[in-house]
Design a binder for this molecule. Structure first.
Ligand code: R5P
Length: 303
């Protein structure tokens, strides 16, 4: 079994956990923005007839989902041409998942189309972490030919908090109703009895976010705000400010995917967050929690 991927600790650790041979991927970016991902093989027989796992992560703060997607598609097609026995893609942050329906007339169902394109590019199994499921609720709603596996990034996040923090009267808060299932999963895993969700409205034209709070008992308590993605930081920052405004003692922010558009972390700090804890589903030097164990465990059932 082979793992192809950028030479970093995440991919090396996966290769180690899965007992696979590691083949590095070099990604060149030309001055005009085109990308060229090259699999550093010395002989195509290293891949032909093998089970190949291609693991690829986007860089936090890069705001380049389209480059990332192109690198994935070019590499999948490149692998397909070499004819391995099976191609497994690990894409911990599944880009475009939030556009899982046409919210306005004429918009694309991006998540569905991207899943179909990946299947066309030859993927047999795809592994993602805490994919943003809402209108599409499970991997088989995205993937009809390939086997989709979605592992939870909230579980290792919650275990990390449980093992490293002693919190005073903690409460877990989701910044919107959609995130309530993750707050519940996080609270259950961390052994925190209380969780709740705020209400959020996003203007589809301007992107402006408004957060509404109903009953929220956070006075003198330590709060953990939990979400899947922090992109602009607006959703998380609003929830953090609300908790503090209502008397929370301290607010920690936990999220799976540190997409982190420029200015996002500053926004969280300005809102008063005391710590931002995220996983390594995107490559970020400050990620504190790894999802490699969850991925390798999930994969061992199909290998
Ligand atoms: C949206 O439904 C997601 O779960 C996140 O809350 C959202 O993507 C965060 O985006 P931003 O950081 O730009 O507010």
């Amino acid at each position: 079994m082979i793992i192809v991927g950028v030479d970093d600790d995440f991919n090396r650790e996966l290769a180690n956990l899965l007992n696979a041979k590691f083949i590095p991927l070099e990604v060149r970016r030309f001055p005009d923005g085109e990308v060229c991902p090259r699999i550093l093989i010395s002989d195509i027989n290293d891949i032909k007839g093998e089970t190949v796992i291609f693991a690829h992560r986007m860089k936090a703060g890069s705001c380049r989902p389209n480059d990332y997607l192109t690198e994935i598609l070019l590499t999948l097609l490149n692998l397909k041409e070499i004819n391995p026995q099976k191609i497994i893609l690990i894409t911990p942050y599944f880009v475009y998942a939030r556009q899982d329906t046409a919210f306005r007339l004429g918009e694309p169902k991006s998540a569905k189309y991207i899943a179909e394109t990946m299947e066309w590019a030859g993927v047999d199994v795809i592994v993602t972490v805490s994919t943003h499921f809402h209108r599409m609720r499970k991997m088989s709603d995205f993937f009809t030919k390939a086997l989709g596996i979605n592992v939870s990034g909230f579980i290792p996040l919650a275990k990390y908090v449980k093992d490293n923090y002693k919190l005073y009267k903690p409460v877990v808060i989701a910044p919107d109703e959609e995130a309530k299932i993750w707050a519940e999963e996080f609270a259950r895993t961390a052994g925190i009895p209380d969780y709740t969700a705020l209400k959020k409205e996003r203007d589809l034209e301007t992107g402006e976010i408004k957060t509404y709070v109903g009953e929220l008992d956070v006075k003198d308590r330590e709060v953990i705000v939990v979400d899947d993605i922090v992109s602009t930081g607006g959703t998380m920052a609003n929830a953090v400010s609300e908790a503090l405004r209502r008397g929370a003692k301290r607010v920690i922010s936990c999220f799976v995917h540190p997409v982190l558009a420029p200015g996002a972390l500053e926004k969280l700090m300005k809102a008063g967050v005391s710590e931002a804890i995220a996983t390594d589903t995107l490559s970020w030097e400050k990620a504190r929690v790894t999802v490699t164990n969850e991925i390798s465990k999930a994969l061992s059932s199909v290998l």
